[in-house]
Design a protein around this ligand. Structure first.
Ligand SMILES: [Zn+2]
Length: 226
């Protein structure tokens, strides 16, 4: 049972670049993928000490070769609860619209809850400017628009919590459609999708988002939750 305490935290971000991306190392892992640093455990306060919480040991099946890559984790139930923590009007609209778009996929049902404690996903805002990074030797900035942190059990592949954050300062200058696409991308992470390669037609392309949820993304979520 000791293994239940092994909860990993992953963070995914989405950025937009001022110039086309130049070289790529061909790595399939998102560049911002990392396990939680020991010094930053404030975001990982999930605990199994609650006696009412009896997590299942049943391993969740993760399909292979989906059109959009998967992170290898999913929610156990197909009804997923989301709580609106942000009060920013633009971002609220973006999250609401993104939830509607994901619910059209039918494989899962994302429901709004007013009880943060009962939520699986938190829709939040935050200043992500610290995520900005300069590419080595190239010198242009990557401004971060959104970020999703997930906590999951690597043994059962079960997601336990996801927090999707949009940066209001970055997104204020964009249009509602684009804001919704960034929210769709972040909720895609919250549902178990990983970054898609730049050439794919997917909302999960990590830079220069130019589409909402595509057929590939729908198919992938259907396979993951079937
Ligand atoms: Zn991302």
């Amino acid at each position: 049972m000791r293994r239940y305490f092994l909860i990993l935290l992953a963070i995914f971000t989405v950025g937009i670049v001022s110039q086309p991306v130049l070289a790529d190392d061909g790595s399939s892992l998102p560049t911002n993928y990392f396990s939680q640093d020991a010094e930053d455990n404030s975001t990982s306060d999930f605990s199994f000490n609650d006696p009412n919480q009896t997590p299942s040991t049943k391993k969740l099946a993760i399909p292979r070769d989906t059109p959009t890559p998967l992170e290898g984790v999913r929610w156990r139930k197909k009804t997923i609860r989301i709580y609106m923590r942000t009060t920013d009007l633009h971002l609220k609209n973006a999250f609401r619209n993104a939830v509607k778009k994901w619910n059209k996929v039918k494989a899962i049902k994302i429901k709004w809850t007013k009880d943060e404690d009962k939520a699986n996903i938190i829709a939040a805002d935050g200043d992500l400017s610290a995520n900005s990074s300069t590419n080595n030797g190239v010198g242009y900035q990557t401004a971060q628009l959104g970020e999703t942190k997930t906590e999951y059990n690597p043994d059962t592949h079960e997601l336990h919590k996801a927090t999707s954050i949009l940066d209001p300062y970055q997104l204020d200058y964009t249009n509602p459609n684009f804001r919704s696409e960034v929210a769709q991308h972040e909720l895609g992470h919250a549902l178990g999708l990983a970054h898609a390669p730049e050439y794919e037609h997917s909302v999960m392309v990590s830079r220069n988002i130019r589409t909402g949820i595509t057929k590939n993304d729908r198919k992938s979520i259907q396979l993951l939750y079937q």
